[in-house]
Design a protein around this ligand. Structure first.
Ligand code: ARG
Length: 589
C-alpha cells in the first residue's frame, strides 16, 4: 500500500528531476488550505532560492510536465508566490478508499524498515504507589507498541518494574518492628520459609507511607532501611524470602490493573533481574578505564567531546558503601537487552524529568559500546496535573491506585451515559461493558491527544463528554455508523459500488486518503497525537457527510449503496485507528 501523498510525491519528484532540479523538492504535503486543495507541493520556493530563478517559473515548468499525473490529478494550479495546489481525481480517491477496506492487512506494507524496536514502558515501582506518570508511560508506550505491531515492525516490550529500591528496605524494617518473631528475622532459622506471604497487598499499602514518612523524619530509621537493603542485595536468606513475597503480591495486583487497561507486556522484568549481572559490568568498565574512583565511589565522567560541550554530571555506578544505583541497573540492562534481542533501537517511555538520567546512561553505554549499533532513545512525556496545577492525585494528599482511577473514570462514564441517554434500557452487563469502553476511551484519548511532551490537566468532566475532541465522541461516531449499517441491513439495503456523486462524499474520501500518512508520521515521530487529531477530523468529516447524505432515506439505490460502502470504509478506519491507540469500540451504545 502506498499513500496518496507518496504517490503524488513520486510524480512531482520526477517532474523536478526532469527540470534538472533535485527530486527532494518534489515532496508533497497535505494542504493547509483544505478549502482550496487536497495537497500542496511547495518545493518551487526553496528550489528558486538555490537556483536563483523565479519560483513561479519553476512551478509552471514542473506543472506542465505533471499535467494530470496519469489520471491522478483533477486540478493543479500555481498560486501565490509559487505554491502548487493539488486536487486529486475522483478515480484516485475511489482507489484509495477501496484499499482502506483492507487496512488491517495492508498497514504493514506502509513502511519498509522492519528492524527490531525494544520498548521500555509502564515500569511502576513495586509496593510503592503508582503515580499518573506511570499511567502516561503505560498509555503512550502501549500506543507505540501497537503502532509497531500494526506496521509489522518486530518489537519487544519490557515492564521495567522498580522492585529493588529503598522502599523494600523500608518495608522489611516496618514488618520487623511489627512482628519480630517471624522466621524471616530469625538469624538461626534453618530450612524453608513459609510459602504464603505474612502480609497482604493492603498491608503493604498502609505500611509504606507510614514507614516512608518515618524514614524522612528520622535518620536512624533511614539508616536501618538502607542496611536492610544492603543485606538483601548481599543475599540475606530471610530478607530475600520476604522480598519475594512483597514482589509477588504487588505484581499480582499490577498485572490485574494492566489487564484492566488492556495493556500487555512481552516481559515483566524488574530491576532485580539485572542485579546479578552488575558485577561483570563494573569489572568491565573498571578494567577498560571507563569508570574511575572518585571520593570512594565509582563513576563515569564525560568529556566535553562526548557531551557536545555541555556540562553533564558523572554517572554514579557504585556508592562508597558499595550500593548500586538506578543508573547502574539501566546501564547493565542496555548491555543485556542488546545481547539478547539485538534491537535496532531501544525506546524508554519515561517522564521528561528523567532526561538527565538517560543522557548519562546513554553516554556511558555509548562509551562502553554496549548498545553496539542500536540507537538509544528517551521518549519523554510531560506531567499530568490536577486542576490546582500540581501533579494529579486521586485522593487528598494520598496516593493513586490505578484500580481507584479506573473505577473513578468508569463511574463518570456511567453518569454521562445516563445524562445523554446512552445505552439506555440495555441489559446491565452490556451497559457496564459500554461504560468501561467509554471510561477507558476517555482516559486514553485525553492523554494521547496532547503532544506527549506537554503537561496537561486531569479533568474528568471534560474527558468524558460525548461532544468535542474526546474519546467518547469517537466511540459515539463509530457506533453511530454501526447502527446505520444495521438499520440498512434490516431493510435489505446492501452496500454497493463506491462512486463519487457529490462534494460531501468527496470531502470524506479526501479525509480518508490521508490516513496512511498519518499512521506513518505518528510512528516516525513517536507521536500518537497525530492519530488522535486525525481521528477527530475524520469523525467530523463523517458527521458532515451524514448531514448532507441521509443514507437510509435515499431512494436512489446506487447512491444509497455507495454511501453505505463509504460508511463501512469510514468505520473500518475509525475502528482500526482506535485499536492502535488501545481503544475498543462497543457494538452499540
Ligand atoms: N521505575 C521508574 C520510576 O518510577 C521508571 C523506570 C523507567 N525505566 C527505566 N529503564 N529506567 O521512576
Amino acid at each position: 500500500m502506498i499513500s496518496v501523498r507518496k504517490k503524488l510525491t513520486g510524480i512531482f519528484s520526477a517532474a523536478f528531476t526532469a527540470e534538472g532540479i533535485d527530486a527532494s523538492f518534489g515532496e508533497v504535503a497535505v494542504s493547509n488550505r483544505p478549502d482550496l486543495s487536497h495537497f500542496q507541493c511547495n518545493g518551487a520556493l526553496p528550489a528558486a532560492k538555490t537556483l536563483k530563478k523565479k519560483p513561479r517559473d519553476i512551478a509552471d515548468a514542473v506543472l506542465s510536465r505533471v499535467t494530470d499525473g496519469g489520471g491522478m490529478i483533477a486540478k493543479a494550479t500555481v498560486d501565490g508566490p509559487g505554491f502548487i495546489n493539488i486536487t486529486v481525481s475522483d478515480a484516485l480517491l475511489l482507489e484509495g478508499a477501496l484499499e482502506l477496506r483492507r487496512i488491517d492487512e495492508l498497514a504493514s506494507s506502509l513502511i519498509d524498515d522492519k528492524r527490531m524496536t525494544l520498548i521500555d514502558f509502564g515500569s511502576p515501582n513495586v509496593a510503592k504507589p503508582m503515580h499518573v506518570g506511570h499511567l502516561r508511560s503505560a498509555i503512550i508506550g502501549d500506543a507505540v507498541q501497537r503502532l509497531c505491531v500494526y506496521l509489522g515492525v518486530p518489537k519487544v516490550s519490557i515492564n521495567h518494574l522498580g522492585d529493588w529500591g529503598t522502599q523494600m528496605g523500608m518495608l522489611i524494617c516496618a514488618l520487623r518492628e511489627k512482628d519480630p518473631s517471624l522466621p524471616y528475622f530469625d538469624e538461626k532459622h534453618a530450612g524453608e520459609f513459609p510459602k504464603t506471604s505474612p502480609v497482604t497487598i493492603d498491608d503493604l499499602e498502609t505500611m509504606y507511607p507510614v514507614q516512608s514518612k518515618k524514614c524522612k523524619e528520622d535518620e536512624t530509621e533511614m539508616k536501618k532501611a538502607l542496611e536492610a537493603i544492603s543485606l538483601l542485595q548481599k543475599g540475606h536468606a530471610g530478607y530475600t524470602a520476604l522480598w519475594k513475597h512483597f514482589v509477588d503480591i504487588s505484581r499480582a495486583q499490577l498485572e490485574n490493573e494492566f489487564i484492566a487497561l488492556g495493556i500487555r507486556f512481552d516481559f515483566w522484568r524488574g530491576e532485580s533481574y539485572y542485579h546479578g549481572k552488575i558485577p561483570s559490568v563494573i569489572d568491565d568498565l573498571t578494567s577498560r578505564g571507563i569508570a574511575s574512583k572518585s571520593e570512594g565511589a565509582l563513576v563515569v565522567h564525560f568529556s566535553e567531546e562526548e557531551t557536545g560541550g555541555k556540562e553533564i554530571a558523572p554517572l554514579l555506578l557504585v556508592k562508597s558503601d558499595g550500593a548500586y544505583l538506578y543508573g547502574t541497573t539501566d546501564l547493565t540492562a542496555v548491555r543485556d537487552r542488546v545481547a539478547e534481542f539485538s534491537p535496532a533501537r531501544l525506546l524508554y517511555v519515561v517522564d521528561k524529568r528523567q532526561s538527565l538520567h538517560f543522557t548519562q546512561v546513554f553516554l556511558a553505554a555509548t562509551r562502553a559500546a554496549y548498545a553496539k549499533d542500536a540507537e538509544l532513545m528517551h521518549v519523554p512525556f510531560g506531567t499530568v496535573n490536577g486542576k490546582d496545577g500540581k501533579p494529579f492525585k486521586t485522593r487528598e494528599g494520598g496516593v493513586m491506585k490505578l484500580s481507584d482511577l479506573i473505577s473513578m473514570v468508569v463511574g463518570k462514564a456511567r453518569e454521562r451515559m445516563a445524562e445523554a441517554g446512552v445505552a439506555d434500557g440495555y441489559p446491565e452487563a452490556e451497559r457496564e461493558h459500554v461504560a468501561k469502553c467509554v471510561g477507558l476511551a476517555a482516559l486514553k484519548y485525553a492523554d494521547l491527544v496532547n503532544h506527549r511532551e506537554t503537561d496537561y490537566i486531569f479533568d474528568l468532566d471534560a474527558f468524558t463528554r460525548f461532544e468535542g475532541k474526546t474519546g467518547p465522541y469517537l466511540l459515539y461516531t463509530s457506533v453511530r455508523i454501526k447502527s446505520i449499517l444495521r438499520k440498512a441491513a434490516e431493510r435489505g439495503f446492501t452496500p454497493g459500488t463506491l462512486a463519487v456523486t457529490g462534494d460531501p462524499e468527496r470531502a470524506l474520501m479526501a479525509m480518508l486518503s490521508r490516513y496512511p500518512d498519518v499512521v506513518i508520521s505518528a510512528y516516525e515521530a513517536l507521536l500518537p497525537n497525530h492519530l488522535c487529531e486525525y481521528l477527530f477530523e475524520l469523525a467530523q468529516a463523517f458527521n458532515q457527510f451524514y448531514i448532507s447524505c441521509s443514507i437510509i432515506n435515499e431512494n436512489d439505490a446506487a447512491k444509497r449503496g455507495s454511501w453505505l460502502t463509504l460508511s463501512e470504509v469510514t468505520l473500518t478506519v475509525l475502528v482500526s485507528a482506535l485499536s492502535v491507540l488501545g481503544i475498543d469500540v462497543p457494538e452499540r451504545m
